[in-house]
Design a protein around this ligand. Structure first.
Ligand SMILES: Cc1cc2nc3c(=O)[nH]c(=O)nc-3n(C[C@H](O)[C@H](O)[C@H](O)COP(=O)(O)OP(=O)(O)OC[C@H]3O[C@@H](n4cnc5c(N)ncnc54)[C@H](O)[C@@H]3O)c2cc1C
Length: 264
């Protein structure tokens, strides 16, 4: 299906220039290997640029203000976003992974509340802390991939026994109606003996259209310590993609009536 999009992958090649011309974007290349040959310049309608991020703690000379900066340029903060200099706070990418906008915003709220609380003598505000259990991630691809909390691999590596609820979108009326039933919703619940069959949700992930719009519900479930009955018995509207979260919980619980019959 995607063959035509990937039929000209240039290996061992660097992009060294991109120039907008009336005919399109002219992109020039160089060999990534010394003495190697580079492809001829190409003309494109669209160019997708992927960039990484690095913390700039060293570049802003934070150390001159007494703030400790790691070799990689990060600044350590406590759960109130306070640096080693008590009246200097830091939030966002510079304080560590994950480097995501929604993490930065919540950290910034905490810092602002602590500062305002201390200035105003408001003890409740001054006690604000960043203590999120989880931070969701989304890959805005097509289809989207979204995940939050523990993954199956992490559970395995950490020796945590989990019960999995997997709901294929081929059984979702909305996904079928959308013509996009290639997705799946997966939830993981604590299955340790101490959980006595009522383990809390530990993580979840989904692949499919609008997955990023739905992962917040799984994050909320983790924050609230929900189990498979809490989520499965929460009535989700039909037909929606969000229904797949309730169904995945029912699958884990063993009460899902919406799965296609398994092949014999
Ligand atoms: C291409 C790209 C796509 C991204 N997509 C997503 C996404 O889909 N979802 C998501 O959650 N996150 C995404 N991110 C990450 C997100 O943008 C960052 O996590 C977020 O912006 C971090 O906020 P911040 O306040 O820490 O830093 P920034 O938003 O970078 O803000 C730092 C600010 O400080 C300013 N500044 C720097 N040095 C100085 C100085 N010396 N003096 C004064 N001002 C200075 C900068 O100009 C900037 O305005 C993406 C990032 C990139 C680069």
């Amino acid at each position: 299906m995607n063959a035509h999009r990937f039929d000209n992958i240039m290996l061992k090649t660097k992009t060294v220039g991109a120039k907008a011309t009336p005919k399109g974007i002219e992109v020039t290349f160089a060999s990534a290997e010394e003495g190697g040959s580079a492809p001829a310049p190409q003309l494109y309608d669209l160019v997708l640029q992927a960039v990484g991020r690095t913390p700039n703690g060293k570049k802003i000379a934070a150390e001159k203000a007494g703030v400790s900066v790691t070799d990689r340029g990060f600044i350590h903060v406590d759960i109130q976003m306070r640096t080693n200099v008590p009246h200097i706070f830091a939030i966002g990418d510079i304080v560590g992974q994950p480097m995501l906008a929604h993490k930065a915003v919540h950290e910034a709220h905490v810092a602002a509340e602590v500062i305002a609380g201390e200035l105003q003598g408001n003890k409740e505000l001054a006690a604000a802390a960043f203590n999120a259990r989880v931070i969701p991630s989304v890959a805005y691809t097509d289809p989207e991939v979204a995940w939050v909390g523990l993954t199956e691999d992490q559970a395995k590596a950490q020796g945590i026994k989990v019960k999995k609820g997997l709901f294929p979108w081929t059984a979702s009326g909305r996904a079928i109606a959308n013509g996009r039933d290639e997705g799946v919703t997966k939830l993981l619940f604590d299955d340790s003996p101490e959980a006595h069959g009522h383990g809390k949700i530990l993580g979840g992930g989904m692949v499919g259209t609008h997955a990023g719009d739905m992962i917040g519900e799984v994050a909320l479930a983790i924050e609230m310590g929900a189990d498979s009955i809490d989520i499965g018995k929460t009535i989700h509207p039909h037909p929606t993609l969000g229904e797949s979260i309730g169904m995945a919980a029912e699958v884990a619980h063993g009460s899902c009536t919406d799965l296609p019959p398994s092949k014999k």
